[in-house]
Design a protein around this ligand. Structure first.
Ligand SMILES: NC(=O)c1ccc[n+]([C@@H]2O[C@H](COP(=O)([O-])OP(=O)(O)OC[C@H]3O[C@@H](n4cnc5c(N)ncnc54)[C@H](OP(=O)(O)O)[C@@H]3O)[C@@H](O)[C@H]2O)c1
Length: 313
């Protein structure tokens, strides 16, 4: 191994996007320091690089010393830490707003050259959703603190371990209906996880003296209803698509949020009231020279397991 490799500190690398990003980074010869709450459960990450290329560190993201341990000797940093719903211990404000503040301050202190932060598409002022508010505050904290940072805002991300298609395909296994919240009219620009990873890799080496925001959407916009139809076609199942008004969905979500892995929370109902597509106000995937991957070329490769006969179905 050469000793002139750049070193990247990654927070949240053990998740869906992180594991797809890891291979792209190691192929480009970066060395990676991963901050994780449980290195013993994330050992599979080490197989995505050469021996010694990926190091895992047990870290508490609210302990500045733990964060510094990761950032020391690093040239670049990536933040992928995020949650979809709050629990007793995990709050949006801590994870999406306060951690980026701490991280960007420490990036300054340690002399990191570039920080890539993954936020979410659709964050805007006066959004009722606490998820969106906290993501926007996290962006502001980084923009104010760390000048050579890049903020990426993906729409829903699809790929083998995604939560979106896999969750609805699982529901279709036992339920004769799939719910269309608010009539299923909300629009999304689903983006392939490999394209998000490419965007992170491209923006890592941007030489920007001012923070930059990119909105990442796939090549086409689809309504929620259209996405359910595509899913049902791929898993070869017929299910009733039933419209549920936002009010009724919100009522149900007060009960559903009590499940250990809630299918729907009141905050997510608020998110569903807004389209999740590229606004045109910021540069996009195209500006990074990446042509987005179509859903139809990836979804069948992993969702076949929900067909009656699996890959032979
Ligand atoms: N997937 C999507 O459709 C999508 C869409 C838009 C935006 N995003 C954003 O993209 C980022 C990555 O998404 P993802 O899908 O890869 O998420 P994911 O699979 O849920 O992974 C999230 C990561 O966050 C870390 N994390 C969560 N709570 C933490 C805590 N209290 N302390 C330390 N680490 C914590 C976890 O790290 P460890 O378990 O290793 O400790 C995990 O690796 C997130 O910010 C998410 O909001 C995702």
């Amino acid at each position: 191994m050469q000793n002139n490799q750049k070193i990247i500190g990654i927070f949240g690398a053990g998740g869906f996007i992180g594991r797809h990003l890891m291979r792209q980074l190691t192929k480009l010869d970066y060395r990676v320091k991963v901050a994780t709450r449980n290195p013993y459960l994330k050992g599979y990450l080490k197989t995505l690089g050469s021996p010694g290329q990926i190091e895992l560190f047990k870290s508490d993201i609210f302990n500045p010393e733990d964060i510094k341990q990761i950032l020391n000797n690093c040239d670049l940093a990536i933040n992928l830490v995020g949650i979809l719903y709050e629990t007793r211990k995990q709050k949006f404000d801590y994870i999406h707003s306060q951690f980026p503040y701490l991280l960007s301050n420490l990036c300054n202190e340690v002399g990191i050259k570039n920080l890539v932060h993954v936020s979410a598409l659709g964050v805007k002022e006066n959004h009722i959703s606490k998820y969106a508010q906290s993501k926007l505050q996290g962006e502001k904290n980084i923009l104010d603190t760390f000048k050579s940072s890049v903020i990426l805002r993906p729409s829903i991300v699809f790929g083998p371990e995604d939560k979106f298609f896999n969750t609805f395909a699982s529901i279709a296994q036992f339920s004769p209906i799939l719910p269309l919240i608010g009539g299923g009219k909300t629009k999304f620009a689903p983006i392939y996880v490999g394209d998000v990873a490419k965007a992170i890799v491209k923006t890592l080496e941007l030489n920007n003296s001012k923070p930059k925001i990119y909105e990442l959407g796939g090549p086409e916009n689809y309504s929620f209803r259209e996405l359910m139809e595509i899913l049902l076609t791929e898993i070869k199942k017929k299910r009733f698509l039933i419209s549920i008004p936002f009010g009724a969905a919100k009522f149900q979500s007060y009960f559903l949020q009590m499940m250990p892995n809630p299918l729907l929370t009141p905050d997510q109902v608020e998110l569903l009231k807004h389209n999740n597509i590229v606004s045109g106000d910021h540069p996009t995937l195209k500006d990074l020279g990446i042509s987005g991957t179509q859903i139809q070329s990836i979804l069948p490769k992993y969702i076949y397991r929900f067909r009656a006969g699996g890959q032979f179905g």
